[in-house]
Design a protein around this ligand. Structure first.
Ligand code: AMP
Length: 330
């Protein structure tokens, strides 16, 4: 069954999928939570926020959040490092990851039971139990909904630290509440979360402070982007450019939204050259661009997607297709 991005996917059966997830959490003593490679605040927020939620309510369970650490997210927390043996008889939950190739790491399949919790289009329906809500702004918002259900069903509590992580994930995936994915419910949940005790200013600093080199790279992007008559925008950040500003490909994640403020922009693509591939970061103000991402080894949300190409010739094809998408959307 193929689902459109408006649909909410729930497991058939009498109980709501959230209660089935809570029942599964209660059943297992060991729970290992994975998320996607190249994590962002929603990946950490949903994964480690869920870990915090479970640990708060079931202090005797062993709960781990795994995956390669990104030092730029240290202000949130650090993941756990565990041996393969831990997976025996464990419940594994994967958050914020549409397809199995993007799960960090491959051991997600070594547990006893697998749950997928995600808000991307459900193209790869992996897992024994799936909760996919493409209307949710973020998976952190979904974890808050899980907590809300748990509060009614099992008297669950959410700690200050759990609230901080979920708030960070929601802020990150909504671009500080400006993307259309931020709904009335998103604001309600954010309103609940800021009632907990955590330092919001410090959190925003951790998420958005940029060092001076990165700001200069942002200046380069503003000086050099190419804008066509239909509002299609692109820029190529080659290895040489990154070197010039002493920045790494992963540093550029803070700059992807920069073009969103350009008047008349339709959609944009930022190419970031890595050692053996060119990362393609696509954003749109209207036309759907994840189908384009899928054609180039990628995917993602209708208005925020990523892909990979292997030459600048291939990058030029992406630009041509994006221009055509913008032309047709006029
Ligand atoms: P990014 O540009 O990395 O911030 O990614 C934007 C969105 O596209 C995120 O929701 C990612 O999950 C998704 N995405 C990025 N790269 C890929 C990829 N190679 N395959 C599938 N989805 C991707």
């Amino acid at each position: 069954m193929l689902l459109t991005f408006h649909e909410t996917f729930t497991q058939p059966g009498g109980h709501s999928v959230k209660r089935q997830i809570i029942d599964s959490i209660e059943k297992y003593d060991k729970i290992i939570i994975h998320r996607h490679v190249r994590p962002d605040p929603d990946a950490y927020g949903s994964q480690i926020g869920l870990k915090s939620l479970i640990s708060t309510n079931y202090p005797d369970k062993q709960v781990y959040a795994v995956g390669e650490h990104d030092p730029s997210l240290s202000f949130l927390t650090n993941p756990d490092v565990i041996e393969d043996e831990v997976y025996a008889g464990a419940l594994v939950i994967v958050t914020d990851t549409a397809n199995t190739e993007r799960i960090d790491d491959y051991r997600y399949q070594k547990g006893d039971f697998l749950i997928k919790i995600d808000h991307h289009p459900n193209d790869d329906q992996y897992g024994d139990l799936l909760w996919v809500d493409t209307k949710a702004s973020s998976v952190s918002e979904m974890i808050y909904e899980l907590y809300d259900e748990g509060r009614d069903y099992k008297n669950w509590q959410l700690s200050d630290e759990g609230a901080r992580l979920l708030f960070a994930g929601i802020v990150g995936d909504t671009g500080r509440f400006i993307f259309p994915s931020a709904t009335e419910r998103t604001f309600e949940i954010a309103g609940q979360l800021i009632r907990y005790k955590f330092d919001r200013s410090k959190l925003f600093d951790g998420m958005y402070e940029k060092n001076h080199k990165l700001l200069k790279l942002q200046g380069y992007m503003y000086q050099n982007f190419v804008f066509d008559e239909n509002g299609a925008v692109y820029i190529k950040l080659t290895k040489e450019v990154l070197q010039q500003f002493d920045s790494t490909p992963s540093d550029t994640s803070l700059l992807v939204g920069s073009f969103g403020d350009i008047k008349g922009i339709c959609a944009w693509v930022i190419f970031v050259e890595e050692d053996d591939q060119i990362r393609v970061r696509l954003r749109s103000k209207g036309p759907i661009i994840n189908e384009l991402a899928k054609k180039y080894n990628g995917g993602g949300h209708p208005l925020a997607s990523g892909a990979t190409v292997y030459s600048w010739e291939e990058a030029d094809k992406v630009i041509a297709e994006l221009k055509e998408i913008c032309r047709l959307s006029k």
